[in-house]
Write a protein that binds this ligand. Structure first.
Ligand SMILES: Cc1cc2nc3c(=O)[nH]c(=O)nc-3n(C[C@H](O)[C@H](O)[C@H](O)COP(=O)(O)OP(=O)(O)OC[C@H]3O[C@@H](n4cnc5c(N)ncnc54)[C@H](O)[C@@H]3O)c2cc1C
Length: 332
């Protein structure tokens, strides 16, 4: 590896004031998209600081308090070093961090729609179910490019997810150019949870009903992928759902269908983009994990951060793509 590559300036990572905003978002409207999905429109003056061309394809961190503490709203604080600190969510028993998707972002109007899947046992879900005008949560939004992926250069998009991924997948479908081929396999409880998905693309949506089986326990999504009449040409698959389902589908795509992980530019490190050309690719994201919470995972991740950074460095020094490390670790 050349010196210039190995001595690349260390990329700025993390939630810095130059690449993030944080604040408290308050509910201004609420509606049920389906019986188990509540859309909350929230507002914050901080949203006006986002770049106009930010794009829609972006998750963010939201901070909730456990029931009984809803009047205590935590928002990441800016430290002297210009970094936002959200350690409170890891240190306090009643502050929790979760990831959500911007279903709609209107920067001039300072409005953000978030579609919350309501399930039996979640801090965020319970908060969203009882939220009313003025209810709030803390947020941290990064403007870093690593959270945005453009339209892949393939013949067809394959979008696979459960209800939690529908906000993202709906946004992807909504942005497809006219006639672009896409197949979506979406798992929900039953037909009451199907929702209209607008697109200019040539889209086929297959709804999968888990019926009485609990979310995360059904194998129907995995089976639907295996029995799909496979699209012609190259395919880019986006997969987001419970971790076990995502890991299984990733294994199938990679080992039995020959897909490769979609490379990108991450942590300032340019991956071997050309390697993707002409191939079918996958991009996977475990959105939740049975029996655990995001706060628990972030805590565990922080504890292992040192080891992870060493692995990233070793791979980068060898000219590899650090995201290969994450791709393996996510399902280890
Ligand atoms: C990048 C990203 C974007 C996301 N976008 C959205 C979004 O727009 N809308 C959305 O609703 N979710 C979204 N999620 C998923 C959401 O963050 C998780 O479902 C989260 O665990 C919900 O938090 P909670 O406090 O309600 O439940 P938690 O307190 O985290 O979990 C409590 C228990 O419920 C289980 N559980 C968690 N989620 C579900 C579920 N959906 N169904 C059934 N059981 C569950 C857990 O395994 C745990 O045992 C996203 C996740 C990621 C990583």
């Amino acid at each position: 590896m050349s010196d210039s590559a190995s001595s690349q300036a260390a990329p700025m990572m993390g939630y810095h004031e130059s690449n993030s905003i944080a604040g408290v978002a308050r509910v201004i409207r609420a509606e049920y998209v389906t019986p188990r999905v509540r859309r909350l429109t929230v507002t914050s003056d901080e949203l006006a600081k986002l770049p106009e061309d930010l794009g829609w394809n972006r998750p963010f961190r939201a901070y909730f308090s456990t029931p009984g503490f809803y009047d205590q709203i935590y928002a990441p604080a800016l430290q002297d070093d210009g970094m936002y600190a959200d350690t409170f969510a890891l240190e306090q028993e009643h502050a929790e961090v979760r990831a959500y998707t911007m279903r709609r972002l209107d920067i001039p109007a300072r409005e953000l729609d978030v579609d919350f899947v309501l399930h039996d046992d979640g801090v965020a879900s319970k908060w969203a179910e009882s939220a009313e005008e003025g209810s709030g949560f803390g947020f941290l939004i990064s403007t870093m490019e690593m959270f945005t992926s453009g339209l892949p250069d393939v013949d067809c998009m394959l979008l696979i997810g459960d209800d939690t991924a529908i906000p993202h997948i709906a946004n992807v479908l909504g942005a497809l150019p006219e006639g672009f081929r896409a197949v979506a396999l979406l798992e929900v409880t039953d037909e009451d949870d199907e929702q209209p998905l607008g697109s200019d693309g040539d889209v086929t949506v297959q709804w999968i009903h888990r019926q009485d089986q609990p979310a995360g326990a059904s194998r129907q999504l995995q089976e639907a992928v295996r029995s799909l009449v496979w699209p012609q040409g190259t395919v880019h698959a986006y997969v987001a759902a419970e971790r076990g389902a995502v890991g299984d589908i990733r294994g199938y795509l990679r080992d039995e269908r020959g897909f490769v992980r979609r490379k990108g530019e991450v942590f300032g490190h340019a991956g071997p983009h050309d390697a993707d050309v002409g191939k079918s690719t996958y991009e996977v994201q475990p959105y939740w994990r049975l029996g655990t919470t995001t706060t628990d995972e972030v805590r565990a991740g922080q504890a292992d951060m040192g080891k992870m950074m060493e692995k990233f460095k070793a791979v980068m020094d060898a000219g590899g793509d650090p995201m290969d490390v994450l791709d393996e670790e996510m399902f280890a």
